[in-house]
Design a protein around this ligand. Sequence first.
Ligand code: HEM
Length: 418
Amino acid sequence: MLDGLVKHLYVATMVSAARGPGSTKGWWLTLLEGPGYFFLPGCFLEPPLSAPRAVAVKQAPAVAALLIHWLVQQWAPPPSEQLATNFPGSPCDPTFLLSYAPCNVICSIIFWNCFEYSDENFLTLARHIDENATIVSTPCIELYNAFPSLLHYLPGSQNTLFKNMTEQRKFILEKIKEHQESLDLNNPQDFIDYFMIKMEKEKHNKQSEFTMDNLITTLWNMLTAGIETTSITLRYGLLLLLKYPKVTAKVQEEINRVVGRNQSPCMQDRSRMPYTDAVIQEIQRYIDLIHNNLPHGAVQDIKFREYLIPKGTTILTSLTSVLHDGKEFPNPEQFDPGHFLDKSGNFKKSDYFMAFSAGKRVCAGEGLARMELFLLLVSILQHFTLKPLADSKNIDTTPLLKGVGSIPHFYEVCFIPI
Ligand code: HEM
């Protein structure tokens, strides 16, 4: 069972490390050739990996999707249990609670290892990832991106960022060392094992992409891209549900009707839950998590309208321009699940929904993230009523920070068991 899952993710992630050329679509200029995906110049830049994404699509067997589903379901209940045990109705900051399940899903895949909620390793990992996601969204880092060599020597939050990244690297190296000591070539257990076997097979190939550096970067990519994106979306989503209690009540009514109280939600439920589906998509549209996408680079000179974009130019594509398009989404600054519902209350798809980007470099974890968002939100609302500490009307849902990511204001919430 694990075999299929790991192989699928293995292919998907390796492919994700390549920045191959992509298609053009509307405002979309081009998706670029370049090193593995990254946030800052000067750190974690790896040589491009060449496997086309099509390989991932071809090799991703349906069974892998089922396995990922199973894995996410495994981790959907713990936040609920943790909530009931650790915060029975009292106010709590949901940050780490909401990274717990995404963290364990990713760690199961890459290390075949999960954490207890109280495990110091989990809390440290979650804290570093959360702190870095916040730091890369501050103006200081925008300045750093513009003048890396200058700011490298000055005090500032970029130094905390690098300190945390060094800690994360140490953590990853420890895991790799443990795997090197226990590796059984005939019985690979997880992503790292598969990667190391491939490294061994290709050790005489100088062009091989299966190198130690690429293993470290790929693991780091999965940990950072795979945990914080989902957990910030969940955290921001709960804040919006606190602000709009009528929306929350409608979601809970739908959960009651379709899933009931006693069984765990599964992805098959989603097609019968158009309102919940629309709410989740609206959360993602509204928060516009990665508004300037990840950087891409022109692989060739491009003529776009009256502009010539020279080969090698770094391009930031604005996802906001589609997610907050006023024609497609009337009152785009307003949180309104109606943006994704037709007149009869059926779920309405929109080509403008590009929270995961689009084209050949679209988010490699989109399917996983969609599953996590649905199963975790439904699981929480199935078991708890959300109670705000302030009057809903006064809840501020504008982002506290908007840099690489969109970060919500700090808040506390009471989870009242139903
Ligand atoms: C709400 C959750 C998420 C959002 C909004 C999101 C969004 C994005 C965006 C906008 C990109 C950039 C695509 C581009 O360059 O055009 C990206 C890339 C990526 N994401 Fe996600 N993501 C999410 C969750 C995940 C998860 C759970 C994983 C799991 C591993 C993941 C893995 C990746 C990887 C590996 C890339 C790089 C893909 C590439 O360069 O080809 N993401 N994501």
